[in-house]
Design a binder for this molecule. Structure first.
Ligand code: UGA
Length: 421
C-alpha cells in the first residue's frame, strides 16, 4: 500500500518506517524540512533505539515531501500523526490537527482515487468525527464514507522500545464507522499477527486515553502504597510481586519510585480531566493520580534531607531523561528534583548518557559531567533514571537516595534510601 504520514515526530516516524519495513511505500510529510532531511539521510529526527537502522534499510521505500497534496495524490491512505500539545487549561491544542485536515481536504478535491484518512494522533473522543471529518468534507466538497474513508488508529508505542512495540504489540485498535475503512485498516495490520480490536471511532479514541490513564493510575497507586511500605520497612517491589501474581491484576507497571514523566501520561490525564470537566463530570481518581505523582519528588528530597543539610552541599544527579533509552526530558522527574535542590541552596552536578544537551537548555547553570563517575565527587547522589549503566557503577562509601531502585547501589552504598522500599 502507499501511505502518507503527516508529521515526522515520534509517532509518525516510527509508524511510517515500520510500515515501510512491512513492504509499504511511505511518503513522509512535515512542515519542518530539517526533520525530512534527517530521514532522507537515513537518520531518525530523534533518538530511538533501532530506528536509524530501519530507516537505512528501507530508504528505497521512503519519500519525503513538504507538499501534502503531492503525497496524497501518490498514496491510498493518510495517517495524521501531528502533535496535540497541552494548552494552559489542560485541554489539548488541536491546531496542528485542524491545519492538517484543511490541507488534506483541499488535496482531496482533485484526487480521483478513493482515499482513507486515519487520525493516529492522540485526540479526545469526538475529535475525528466532529472536528476532522467536517473540515475534510468542507474543504473537499466530498462526503465520508462515500467519497473518502475516515477512521482512528491510536498508537500504544513506548519511547525507547517503540520499534519493538510496533512489531510485537498486545493489540491494534481500529476505529471505523464504515466497512470499507475497517477492511482497509484490518488488511494493513493483518501481517503483524497481533489481536485486532475494531470498534467505532469515538470508542477507539477513548481507548487510547483510558489505557494511558489506567497505566498512570497503576504507577501512582504503586507509589502511594510504596510510601506506606517505606514507612513500615516493607519493600513495595516484593509486595507488588506477590500482588501481581493474581492474573486479574498482573505484575506490570507497579515500579514504584519517583513517578511518571514523558510527553504522554501527564498531558493525556490533564486532557481527560479537562474533557470531563467540560461536561461537569468530576474525576477524583485522575486528579489524585497527578497529585500523587507531583508529590513523589518532594519525598525524595525529604529522604535526602534526613541524611544531609543540603544548603551549600554538592548533590549529584544520575539520569535526566524521563526514562531510559531516550533523550526526551519532557516532564522528567529530574526537573522538579533539581529545581527543589537549587531552591534549597545545593550545588548540582548531573550526568545522563544522552539527555544532557537537551537538559542544559533548561538548566544552563548546573554542572554537567561527561561520565557517571564524575557525579561521585558530590556529597550525596540522587538516582532519577534507571539507565543500565547505573547498575554497573561502584557506589561504595556514598550516600545514595534512589528514585528507581538500582539494586547495586542498594547493596554497596554507605547510606542508602530507596524511595518506596
Ligand atoms: C506511554 C505508554 O506506555 C504507551 O503505551 C503510549 O503509547 C505512550 O505513553 C503514548 O501515549 O504515546 P511512554 O510515555 O513512552 O509510553 O513511556 P512508559 O514506559 O509508559 O513510561 C512513562 C513514565 O512512567 C516514565 O517516566 C516511567 O519511568 C514511569 N513508570 C513506568 C514508572 O514510574 N513506573 C512503572 O512501573 C512504569
Amino acid at each position: 500500500m502507499k501511505i502518507s504520514i503527516i508529521g515526522t515526530g515520534y509517532v509518525g516516524t516510527v509508524t511510517g518506517v515500520c510500515f515501510a519495513d512491512m513492504g509499504h511505500q511511505i511518503y513522509f510529510v512535515d512542515i519542518d524540512q530539517k526533520k525530512l532531511n534527517a530521514v532522507n539521510s537515513g537518520k531518525s529526527p530523534f533518538f530511538e533505539p533501532d530506528l536509524d537502522e530501519l530507516i537505512e534499510k528501507n530508504r528505497k521505500k521512503i519519500t519525503t515531501t513538504m507538499d501534502i497534496s503531492e503525497a496524497i495524490k501518490q498514496t491510498d491512505l493518510t495517517m495524521i500523526c501531528v502533535g496535540t500539545p497541552q494548552k494552559r487549561d489542560g485541554s489539548s491544542d488541536l491546531r496542528f490537527i485542524i491545519d492538517a485536515a484543511h490541507t488534506i481536504g483541499k488535496a482531496l478535491v482533485n484526487n480521483d482515487k478513493y482515499h482513507t484518512v486515519i487520525v493516529k494522533s492522540t485526540v479526545l473522543p469526538g475529535t475525528t468525527g466532529k472536528v476532522v471529518q467536517p473540515v475534510l468534507e468542507q474543504e473537499s466538497g466530498k462526503k465520508a464514507p462515500v467519497d473518502f474513508g475516515i477512521g482512528s488508529n491510536p498508537e500504544f508505542l513506548k519511547e525507547g522500545s517503540a520499534v519493538k512495540d510496533f512489531f510485537h504489540t498486545d493489540r491494534i485498535v481500529i476505529g471505523a464507522n464504515d466497512p470499507k475503512t475497517k477492511k482497509t485498516m484490518e488488511d494493513l495490520y493483518k501481517p503483524l499477527l497481533a489481536p485486532i480490536f475494531t470498534t467505532d471511532i469515538q470508542t477507539a479514541e477513548m481507548i487510547k486515553y483510558v489505557s494511558n490513564a489506567f497505566l498512570a493510575t497503576k504507577i501512582s497507586f504503586s507509589n502511594e502504597i510504596g510510601n506506606l511500605c517505606k514507612a513500615n520497612q516493607i519493600d513495595s517491589y516484593e509486595v507488588f510481586q506477590g500482588v501481581g501474581m493474581d492474573k486479574r491484576i498482573n505484575p506490570h507497571f507497579f515500579r514504584s519510585g519517583i513517578g511518571f514523566g514523558g510527553s504522554c501520561f501527564p498531558k493525556d490525564i490533564h486532557a481527560l480531566i479537562a474533557f470531563a470537566e467540560s461536561q461537569a463530570i468530576d474525576t477524583k481518581i485522575l486528579k489524585a493520580v497527578l497529585k500523587t505523582n507531583d508529590d513523589q519528588p518532594q519525598k525524595l528530597i525529604a529522604l535526602l534531607k534526613k541524611h544531609l543539610d543540603i544548603q551549600g552541599k554538592k548533590i549529584g544527579v544520575l539520569g535526566l531523561s524521563f526514562k531510559p533509552e531516550t533523550d526526551d526530558i519532557r516532564e522528567s522527574r529530574a526537573i522538579p528534583v533539581i529545581t527543589e535542590l537549587l531552591v534549597a541552596g545545593a550545588e548540582v552536578i548531573a550526568y545522563d548518557p544522552i539527555a544532557m544537551p537537551e537538559f542544559s537548555v533548561l538548566f544552563p547553570n548546573i554542572l554537567y559531567t561527561d561520565t557517571a563517575r564524575g557525579v561521585f565527587t558530590a556529597d550525596a547522589i540522587i538516582i532519577i533514571t534507571e539507565w543500565p549503566e547505573f547498575s554497573r557503577l561502584d557506589y561504595s562509601g556514598k550516600i545514595i537516595i534512589d528514585g528507581r531502585r538500582i539494586l547495586k547501589a542498594k547493596r554497596e552504598a554507605a547510606v542508602y534510601e530507596g524511595l518506596c522500599w
